[in-house]
Design a protein around this ligand. Sequence first.
Ligand code: BES
Ligand code: MN
Ligand code: MN
Length: 460
Amino acid sequence: MEYIKNYITQNKDRFIEELIELLKIPSISADSAYKEQTFKTADEVKKRLIEAGADKVEICQTDGYPVVYGEKIIDTNKPTVLVYGHYDVQPADPINLWESPPFEPIIKKTTIHPEGAIFARGACDDKGQFYMHVKAFELMMKTNTLPCNIKFMIEGEEEIGSENLGTFVKQNKVKLKADVILISDTGIIANDVPSITTGLRGLSYLEVEVIGPNRDLHSGLYGGAVANPINILTKMIASLTDENNHITIPGFYDKVVNLSDAERQEMAKAPITDKNYLESLNIAAVHGEKGYTSLERVSIRPTLDVNGIWGGYIGEGAKTVLPSKAYAKISMRLVPHQISDEITELFSKHFESIAPKSVKVKVTPHHGGAPYVTPTDFNGYIAAKKAMETTYGKTPIPVRSGGSIPIVALFEKELGLKSVLMGFGLDSDAIHSPNEHYGIFNFLKGIETIPLFFNYYSEK
Ligand code: BES
Ligand code: MN
Ligand code: MN
């Protein structure tokens, strides 16, 4: 496809410059200190969509951060692709572990990205990835090659659970009418091993509080006779998994769909080995549920992880205190057909039941989301497969991912639409971590592949 390659060669420096400008705005949805900047990012996205050639571009207000919408309808008899992405990013902390400031993007070469990568919060998740769609759209407009209708829906609350997007989708079914959803917010196995994501895990996220005595106590005067909430909390958490790393919450696995041996054998063909984990993470061994491979543990099996734990004295030096309270944030990744609300309920009941009389516990649910699995034989997947085959020269491998994009299951439920998860990031791009980056190769490859998706999808 010469016209695509030519357009990219002529414009790639500008594409990168524009992405860098977008990355400079700290659109951290989780932190209200960045409220103004997050709204400003929505305005910026609107501007970019207009410049790329979209019509009816608007900022759609919600009870939280707005959704940016835009469209180009060329022929109502032709199919419509709805592109989804998110302009919000994760908080940057721990800030001291960044080698360069998170909102001052710089390009550096790495072993994995010899052509350079852009280092900034949101570079890969998801500004760099949704921006590929804006630029691929510009390319199709400028070369007069847009083969079907396109709609954009770029939201600003993905990283905090898309809580207002459900309502937005329900209230805007006509506006969002489409034939398929196209999303680049996932990854590929490696730059020479293309893959397409065929599944996402669901999520159940909550916070627990263990309450002991009514005030902090001298750990000498009281220690030994009064329950220490941190000691209790850590014991309770430890009991949530057994010696096989199986989750002990009664009923937790009841709805889990077990894969057939044939399906597991098919999965095992993906070139992802424990060696990848050991070397890239500098660990001596992997860890997980007995009876499953690492790839299975991060995709077809549910998990429970503590995301944060605190209480007591954590300042400099020592303080002999028996704290009054202890806290933890806990998340569970879910697989078909586990239901987030049910799992949250099972967790809460169990957690309350295992608490000794010496403490009180409080469980506060945060957001959740349903798991999602796509077939590989529907027209959207096939179009993505053909597009990647053309640009990578290899057939992409279907892989179920361990991450979550809760809104994807909701799109299916409310709009009746399947999503194509054609992402271009790498696991090593450090999303949600310090020094997040996105390869220039990946960014440009995405812009090259997307127009081909549109072409194949529009072929009848
Ligand atoms: N883009 C990620 C999810 C992802 C990344 C899926 C890589 C597959 C591969 C998304 O922005 C994300 O971080 N989602 C959150 C869930 C949300 C409710 C906070 C997650 O997975 O933790
Ligand atoms: Mn994302
Ligand atoms: Mn994310």
